[in-house]
Ligand binder design. Structure first.
Ligand SMILES: Nc1ncnc2c1ncn2[C@@H]1O[C@H](COP(=O)(O)OP(=O)(O)O)[C@@H](O)[C@H]1O
Ligand SMILES: [Mg+2]
Length: 238
């Protein structure tokens, strides 16, 4: 019902994802990828010169903010690197983006459409595992997000471009940062977004006039449409 093999893999791997977005000219935060075999050569000062401080460290393939650290001081750097490497053999270091966190739901195959954006307002230092799952008051959701129409439009356009660029199909949630100066950056995508009745993905559709029941109907229709197109392809030669 969601993305295929390539889109799912790209959607999981923040390194591959960001390279494709960068290639498409979609704005993202500055980042550096580090593999475990390169870890011993890491130079904190050099990293800071490139992406600044504070900075974020995260495993390339994960989610739910597990293994993610905001590093503000030199002494926090190596412990954060070590922890991120507990979860993946590849990690990302990113410039810290100050601003609002916005999300947008995308639905479709060849002609994807975007919902109205929603906003997540974490009550913690960032949208951490604790803010997401442990603290019932960890974050406030604003649906639709309070945005000037021009910014909302830009987010919806970028959400659709991101969806196409990353070979996504069916559904995905695209997450953004909005800087004070109005710059919009894509943070990441979620190809299997939360789907409970309090989750952002269905709630953003509800705020756009698509009920959860209607949404499930549409997802099934999109999956069937894709199945029919793929069934027509030859799978043997000769
Ligand atoms: N470069 C960054 N600048 C500022 N905050 C960030 C940055 N990267 C991650 N965060 C914070 O950490 C949270 C989780 O990071 P994210 O990249 O979305 O990983 P996950 O896949 O675990 O959700 C974000 O929602 C945001 O609050
Ligand atoms: Mg996230």
């Amino acid at each position: 019902m969601g993305a295929g093999v390539l889109g799912s893999a790209v959607g999981m791997d923040k390194d591959a994802m960001k390279r494709l977005l960068r290639d498409a000219g979609i704005p993202i935060a500055k980042f550096i990828t580090v593999r475990d075999v390169e870890a011993s050569r890491l130079d904190f000062k050099k990293v800071v010169r490139e992406i600044g401080l504070p900075l974020f460290i995260k495993p390339a393939n994960l989610g739910s903010s597990v293994g993610i650290h905001k590093v503000k001081r030199a002494k926090e750097f190596l412990p954060a690197v070590r922890d991120a490497f507990r979860y993946d053999r590849k990690i990302l270091m990113e410039e810290c983006v100050t601003g609002r966190e916005l999300e947008c739901s995308v639905l479709g195959n060849d002609n994807p459409v975007a919902s109205v954006p929603g906003e997540v307002i974490p009550k913690h230092e960032f949208y951490s595992y604790e803010a997401k799952y442990l603290d019932p008051e960890g974050a406030r959701l604003e649906m639709p997000a309070r945005l000037p129409p021009r910014v909302a439009k830009k987010i919806r356009e970028l959400a659709v471009r991101t969806f196409r660029t990353l070979y996504l199909e069916g559904m995905a949630r695209v997450d953004f940062f909005l800087r004070k100066n109005g710059d919009v950056l894509v943070n990441e995508v979620n190809t299997i977004p939360g789907f409970t009745n309090i989750s952002m993905y269905p709630k953003m559709w509800e705020a756009s006039g698509v009920s959860q029941a209607k949404l499930v109907d549409k997802l099934i229709a999109l999956a069937l449409e894709r199945f029919k197109k793929e069934r027509r392809l030859k799978t043997s030669f000769g």
